[in-house]
Design a protein around this ligand. Structure first.
Ligand SMILES: Nc1ncnc2c1ncn2[C@@H]1O[C@H](COP(=O)(O)OP(=O)(O)OP(=O)(O)O)[C@@H](O)[C@H]1O
Ligand SMILES: [Mg+2]
Length: 505
């Protein structure tokens, strides 16, 4: 751990870093910031949630000449939500330097973007498709760009994306500085990357595993048909604060979120076929906690930093080890703890082993909870809520009603009824899930991601039938929230911070 003051960072930036609550630099930050400030090309690899955004953001902002109204820096990100998030983080980092940052991404009104581009932002953060669009319209000029960042570089240099990246880099002056960051950097991709760079310094934060030790990793072996019931039992017994469930295809995500809603969970889906407005509103609701379960394709696997995500479920095993690393990395960020569960059918066991081998980490086998255990988990939640209410809330107004009730019923029955009413009981409402075709490796796909960050898992485009389920709707949204504890639950959130500390700003 190093302090930021040793890294050659300017005064105004130091002020924003401290306002953001960063006390110490993370390893990737202390190892890359000085060389990036020095003007060198950098390939930076470090585990998910360890502050790579600031690792490139600080040197990038430091280099901006605010008197020059040309675009000087470009950050490219694979998805729209990530572009927005990175722009927000850069805004915080640059808040005292008065650097102006503009996100541009697909699905947003282009004429509005053109107007914003005319105002002369210093840094553009965008998805490949939309950046190219603006280059072609000549509404984005690159001749004054001195720094380019590829966030999630391996993803963007993957087949299907590389042409877009080449097209963008072609227009940027050769003497530029190029910074590439990701939690994963497979060898072949690194070699492609080096083609675009000048004598890049490769910084890999050395760790035994590709995944972070803050995430407890489990697998659940289950027949395809059993997976959904096991998922809901796990949700009940583990009671996550916020959970992300990854499915393989867009249809899968739609069906899963519908099925979860039927069973009484506050769930919504996000994938690349939804309108941008919908994608943003779903993500906002998830961040606020008004939905507790986000069902997603790999569009949400990379880079998203949502605090409070305690559990990640891979309902379908990811397409490759890299995808696994990024998906589970949506929890256990910034020193917090999290849990990841991966469902695997017997014939997918080989893939599971492959993930373990590549990431050099081990998943522990988890037996799915029984219905009784699921109920027990939910009951515990209720009791915790009751105990908290007794301890912390003013309940005097309700005491008279309680006394009246107790004149007619015995106290155990009254309390048992209250617990029953507040507890989300396991629900076996029939649901419909279409079986997925056998998984193809992502490397085989040919249809790249055009049109600006619609990156989605599973390119299989099904015309699949409408699913409908006429069953009764679930009972209440099982108002979870607050802290909870149950059998399988580690001490997630709050408390222990292993890698670095953050104080509230
Ligand atoms: N030095 C620091 N001290 C405390 N918190 C930090 C520090 N640096 C970054 N953070 C916070 O840690 C969280 C994770 O950072 P970030 O999103 O940059 O991770 P990342 O390495 O890019 O992860 P991923 O590989 O998933 O993209 C953010 O909320 C960020 O504000
Ligand atoms: Mg990141």
């Amino acid at each position: 751990m190093a302090t930021f003051s040793e890294l050659g960072i300017g005064e105004l930036l130091m002020k924003s870093i401290s306002k953001m609550g960063f006390e110490e630099a993370t390893p990737i930050q202390s190892q890359t910031i000085p060389i990036a400030i020095d003007g060198k090309d950098v390939i930076g690899q470090a585990q998910t949630g360890t502050g790579k955004t600031a690792a490139f953001g600080i040197p990038l902002i430091q280099k901006i000449d605010i008197k020059d109204n040309n675009v000087q820096g470009i950050v490219v990100a694979p998805t729209r939500e990530l572009a927005i998030q990175v722009a927000e983080e850069l805004n915080k980092i640059g808040q005292f330097n008065r650097v102006s940052i503009l996100p541009i991404y697909g699905g947003q009104d282009i004429s509005r973007q053109i107007r914003s581009l005319k105002k002369g932002p210093h840094i553009i953060v965008g998805t490949p498709g939309r950046i190219i669009d603006h280059i072609n319209r000549k509404t984005l000029r690159l001749q004054n760009v001195h720094t380019v960042v590829l966030d999630e570089a391996d993803e963007m240099l993957n087949m299907g994306f590389i042409e877009d990246i080449e097209a963008i880099l072609k227009g940027i002056p050769e003497e530029r500085q190029t910074l590439l960051f990701s939690a994963t950097m497979p060898g072949p991709i690194q070699r492609i990357a080096e083609r675009f760079m000048k004598d890049p310094q490769v910084v890999k934060v050395k760790t035994k595993e590709m995944t972070t030790p803050n995430i407890k990793q489990y697998y659940v072996e289950a027949q395809e048909k059993k997976k959904f019931d096991y998922l809901t039992r796990l949700l009940d017994s583990q009671s996550p604060d916020l959970a992300i469930i990854f499915g393989r295809t867009k249809r899968r995500v739609d069906e899963l979120s519908e099925a979860l809603t039927l069973r009484g969970y506050a769930a919504e889906g996000i994938h690349g076929d939804l309108s941008q407005a919908k994608r943003i509103s779903v993500l906002r609701k998830f961040k606020e906690g008004s939905i507790e379960v986000l069902v997603a394709t790999d569009v949400a696997a990379r880079g998203l930093d949502i605090s409070g995500v305690t559990h990640v479920y891979n309902f379908d095993i990811p397409q490759d080890p890299e995808s696994y690393v990024h998906r589970i990395g949506r929890t256990g960020r910034a020193g917090k703890h999290g849990m990841a569960m991966t469902f695997v059918t017997p014939r997918e066991m080989g893939q599971l082993k492959n993930v373990e081998r590549t990431t050099n980490s081990k998943m522990e086998r988890l037996t799915p909870p029984t219905l009784d255990e699921a109920l027990e988990g939910q009951q515990k939640m209720t009791i915790e809520k009751l105990t908290n209410t007794i301890a912390n809330e003013n309940i005097s107004y309700y005491k008279r009603a309680a006394e009246e009730l107790l004149e007619e019923h015995d106290s155990v029955s009254v309390v048992a009824a209250a617990i029953k009413m507040m507890t989300k009981e396991p629900d076996e409402t029939p649901i419909k899930l279409t079986e997925e075709a056998p998984m193809r490796s992502r490397r085989e796909r040919s249809d790249g991601n055009r049109g600006g960050g619609n990156r989605d898992g599973g390119r299989n485009r099904y015309k699949g039938g409408q699913q409908q389920s006429k069953s009764r709707s679930g009972q209440g949204a099982g108002g979870q929230g607050g802290s909870s504890s149950s059998r399988n639950r580690p001490s997630t959130g709050g408390g222990k911070r292993r890698n670095f500390r953050k104080t509230e700003a």
